[in-house]
Design a protein around this ligand. Structure first.
Ligand SMILES: [Zn+2]
Length: 306
């Protein structure tokens, strides 16, 4: 029987799919590790405590894959209830008892959990590998379905792609992926390969769109994604920005600022007002995921540099 229990938080949304996945891992010796307690929702914290109790376990360690509001805020109240220590990436600004030592083993009970530095979605993201069940806990680096938002300033494309490649090479023995949202993935290696290929294909599409004459991010978004589902355009725009920053740094793409003001449609794509779109309650999570607190005041035209 698996030592890993998935307890899904009741916070479904466009950003969180069916909700945030929290995991309660039986570490042996009567101890449990919780990965990502999720947002502060009392009945979800109740469910985590009950899951451990039903298996005669004490929650002694809470690990945070990253600090986003759908993953981390439950740590403080869960710690208050259980006395567990809270560990996160050294770059995290979430209140905690200590840093998870990167690229080292964390002993809990009779388990050795490998803590993996996994930048890209955020720069304070860890993944966790549990060798007995060959389980890779990926947080928001890889989800059970769909793809992940990689958006500046919190995230960056090349570090993200390097993290995916690292999963494929250093954790080639991983069998299952336990992501931050969506179902558990039974073929870990196929999913990692799919994610790597998706990013490469998207970048190729971006370069093709530049060759085809698209210049600004709104033009690129329309050229690549078409006119369906405009609700997704702001997220697409921030993905484009993440690629373009990398391509400009590498000298593949050149950018110059346009002298004109943005149109209303360009503003809606580049600097959406989330509170009026998704409501004040959901706006902070969308802002954190898409990085739209970073306002893009200048419209740039991009072209291939060579
Ligand atoms: Zn996230």
């Amino acid at each position: 029987m698996s030592r890993i229990a998935l307890v899904r938080a009741p916070n479904p949304s466009a950003m969180t799919l069916t909700g945030t996945n929290s995991y309660v891992i039986d570490a042996g010796g009567g101890e449990a590790v919780v990965v990502d307690p999720g947002p502060v929702i009392e009945r979800h914290l109740d469910a985590l405590v009950a899951n451990a109790r039903e298996r005669a376990l004490r929650i002694t360690t809470i690990l945070l894959t990253h600090g986003h509001p759908d993953h981390a805020p439950g740590a403080a109240p869960l710690k208050a209830r259980t006395g567990a220590r809270v560990l996160a990436h050294p770059f995290s600004d979430v209140p905690r008892d200590g840093d998870a030592i990167l690229d080292a083993d964390l002993r809990v009970g009779d388990l050795s959990l490998r803590i993996v530095d996994a930048p890209g979605h955020t720069f304070e993201h860890i993944a966790i590998y549990e060798p007995h069940e060959r389980a890779l806990f990926t947080g928001d680096v890889i989800l059970g379905e769909g793809t992940v938002v990689i958006a500046p300033p919190g995230g960056a494309m090349r570090p993200y792609q390097a993290t995916l490649r690292r999963f494929a090479t250093e954790f080639a023995q991983a069998e299952r992926i336990y992501g931050g949202h969506g179902p558990v993935v039974d073929d870990a290696q196929a999913k990692i390969a799919e994610y790597i290929a998706h990013r490469q294909a998207r970048e190729a599409e971006l370069l093709d769109a530049l060759r085809g004459g698209a210049q600004t991010i709104p033009e690129l978004v329309l050229a690549i994604y078409g006119t369906a589902r405009p609700i997704l355009w702001p997220a697409m725009a921030r993905q484009m920005l993440a690629y373009l920053i990398a391509l400009a740094q590498e000298g593949t793409v050149a950018a110059h600022a346009l002298a004109r003001e943005m149109t209303a449609e360009e503003t809606a794509i580049l600097n959406p007002s989330w509170a009026s779109i998704v409501g004040a309650e959901h706006a902070p999570l969308v802002e954190a995921e898409l990085g739209t607190m970073l306002q893009l005041d200048t419209l740039y035209a991009y072209r291939l540099a060579r």
